[in-house]
Design a protein around this ligand. Structure first.
Ligand code: UFG
Length: 327
């Protein structure tokens, strides 16, 4: 039985990965401290509650399950919060990941799939963002993820840790069967906030900045469906288990949408008005983040079939209306 330790398996992306791993014949074991995740989201295999800062607990879990690989999703991931509390991000993300990497190497678990971010690239005007682009994050979240990438490279050189790094663009959508979905508390992400506003569950959405140098003044992002994203992770895991080399892959579609584009599409999908107002820029936000790489498609055979804006918002809307966790 090929067990895979999924850190953050009770969170948004981890829970979808959990389901995809199960479907691909692996046995996912989730490790999560439930600070931002939900136990109810752990539906497809064993659950080990624990914190990445607790090295003894990590050793215990590696001992018990003897996983063949780690998929590391657990992290604090709010750009705005990272600007206000950088220490939290360095401690939780970097120190926690270092603990995990050391524990994996000590346990002889040498296949490691890491969720990094396009936020490591920072704000680079008119630059095609591919895996060889310079990494110059402008927020503590991106800086913490870049540091973990560096740790992985050092452990690869010193210990032979095989790793795949995925740099995500903006993850959106939900499991089409609505078994799992996106649910953060507090919620900070554009699409779930917008759907809540449409349903009247919260106040009008605030557009963070309308004076960016883009076609309509609002920030541009490359949105990728969470199911497509986790499919890439399963392909990355197979890549490692086939003995292929350490590799970095961007996960984005190459198409950018502005905040106003997302508002327009949400109106079309839900057939309801989107209550919104215009506000100031949010510190740490980049103007435009769009992937310029097709490496994952060419080398992994990744085929992101659900990542149209229409499909992502439709699946998120279905989850919003039918699925939820009892909190
Ligand atoms: N936005 C608003 N109003 C809101 C929330 C967001 O206008 O209430 C805007 C943001 O300014 C940004 C876009 O919508 O332009 C997307 O914002 P999100 O908060 O949904 O996502 P981020 O781009 O800030 O961050 C996300 C992930 C990070 C990842 C990053 C890469 O949370 O983990 O994408 O861009 F690193």
């Amino acid at each position: 039985m090929n067990k895979v330790l999924v850190t953050g398996g009770a969170g948004y992306i981890g829970s979808h990965a959990y389901k995809a791993l199960r479907a691909a014949g692996f046995t996912p074991v989730t490790f999560d401290n439930l600070v931002t995740g939900w136990e109810e989201a752990v539906k497809f295999g064993p659950f080990e509650r624990g914190d990445l800062l607790d090295r003894a607990r990590l050793d215990e879990v590696f001992n018990t399950h003897q996983p063949v690989a780690v998929m590391h999703f657990a992290a604090l991931s709010q750009v705005g919060e990272s600007m206000q509390k950088p220490g939290l991000y360095w401690k939780n993300n970097v120190e926690g990941s270092l603990n995990l990497i050391e524990a994996a190497c000590d346990a002889g678990c040498m296949n490691f799939v890491f969720s990094s971010t396009c936020a490591t690239y920072g704000d680079q005007d008119n630059v095609v963002l591919n895996e060889d682009s310079i990494q110059q994050p402008i927020n503590a979240y991106g800086a913490s993820k870049r540091a973990i990438e560096d740790i992985l490279r050092d452990f690869a050189a010193a210990e032979g840790l095989h790793h795949v790094i995925f740099r995500y663009f903006n993850v959106a959508g939900a499991d089409p069967e609505a078994e799992v979905g996106e649910f953060h508390q507090p919620e900070t992400h554009l699409i779930p906030l917008m759907l809540d506003a449409i349903e009247g569950k919260r106040d009008a959405l605030t557009i963070f900045g309308t004076d960016y140098d883009t076609h309509d003044g609002t920030c541009i992002r490359d949105y990728v469906h969470v199911c497509d994203l986790v499919d890439a992770h399963v392909l990355g895991l197979k890549w490692l288990m086939d003995g292929k080399g350490d590799r970095v892959f961007n996960l984005g579609t190459g198409t950018g949408f502005s905040v106003r584009d997302v508002i327009d599409q949400s109106r079309a999908v839900t057939d309801r008005p989107v209550p919104y107002k215009e506000g100031p820029r949010r510190p740490g936000d980049c103007t435009k983040l769009v992937s310029g790489s097709t490496r994952a498609v060419k080398e992994l055979g990744w085929s992101p079939t659900r990542s149209t804006l229409d499909q992502m918002i439709s699946d998120a809307w279905r989850w919003h209306q039918t699925g939820h966790y009892n909190t």
